[in-house]
Design a protein around this ligand. Structure first.
Ligand code: GRF
Length: 197
C-alpha cells in the first residue's frame, strides 16, 4: 500500500511534478493524493490537474490569522487522510503548532546546502559569496525556517562563469531527483526524524 501524500505549492510546481512522476512509477511507496496551493494563480495547479491529481486552493489571505489558515490546512489534510506532506516552493512560514502536529511528516526542499544560505535568492548569493559548491537540501520541517533535521543534500560545483540563471538551472535538476529519493526513503521507513536528545 502506498502512503498518501499532499504537496503544498505556491508557484510553478516543478518539484511537485517531479514527485508526481516518481510516484507514478511502479513500486514507489507513496502516492500524491492532493496538491494544495495558497495562491490561486499558482501554475503548478494546472500541471497537477493534467496528471489527474486533485487540487485545492487554501488562500492565506482568506483567513484572518495565520492560526486560522493553518487550522484550515490541517483539517483538509486530515479529511483527505494525508500521512506525509511535501512543501515544494510553498512560500508561507508554518507556525509551531501546525508543525508540531505534523512533526516528522513534513519535508521541505531548499535550494542551497543548508545551513548555508537560508532564505531567498540563494543562487545569486552563492555567486556573490564566491562559493565553490552549491546545491539543494531536503529536510524535515521544524518551526524555525530552513532549520529542521537534514535528510540529504545534492552538491554541485559553481563554475567561474556561472550566472544565477545557469546555476539555478543545474540546482533545480538536482532537486528533481533528490526530493523523490528522500520521499521514497521516508515513505518506506528508511529515515525518520531524529528524536530530540
Ligand atoms: C525550488 O527551488 C525549491 O527548492 C524552493 O522553491 C523552488 C520551487 O520551485 N523551495 P518549483 O515551484 O518546485 O519549481
Amino acid at each position: 500500500m502506498s502512503i498518501p501524500v499532499a504537496v503544498l505549492i505556491s508557484g510553478r510546481g516543478s518539484n511537485m511534478e517531479a514527485l508526481i512522476k516518481a510516484a507514478n512509477r511502479p513500486g514507489y511507496p507513496a502516492r500524491i493524493s492532493l496538491v494544495i496551493s495558497n495562491k490561486k494563480e499558482a501554475k503548478g495547479l494546472s500541471i497537477a490537474q493534467e496528471y489527474g491529481i486533485r487540487t485545492q486552493i487554501i488562500a492565506h489571505e482568506d483567513y484572518e490569522t495565520r492560526e486560522h489558515f493553518e487550522s484550515a490546512l490541517h483539517n483538509v489534510l486530515i479529511e483527505n487522510q494525508i500521512q506525509l506532506v511535501c512543501l515544494a516552493g510553498f512560500m508561507r512560514i508554518l507556525g509551531a503548532e501546525f508543525v508540531g502536529k505534523w512533526a516528522g511528516k513534513i519535508l521541505n526542499i531548499h535550494p542551497s546546502l543548508l545551513p548555508a544560505l537560508k532564505g531567498l535568492n540563494t543562487h545569486e548569493r552563492a555567486i556573490q559569496a564566491r562559493m565553490r559548491r552549491h546545491g539543494c537540501t531536503v529536510h524535515f520541517v521544524s518551526a524555525e525556517m530552513d532549520e529542521g533535521p537534514i535528510i540529504a543534500q545534492a552538491a554541485i560545483p559553481v563554475h567561474v562563469d556561472d550566472t544565477s540563471d545557469t546555476l539555478a538551472k543545474r540546482v533545480i535538476e538536482s532537486e528533481h531527483w533528490l526530493y523523490p529519493a528522500c520521499l521514497r526513503s521516508l515513505a518506506c521507513g528508511d529515515v525518520q526524524m531524529p528524536r530530540k536528545p
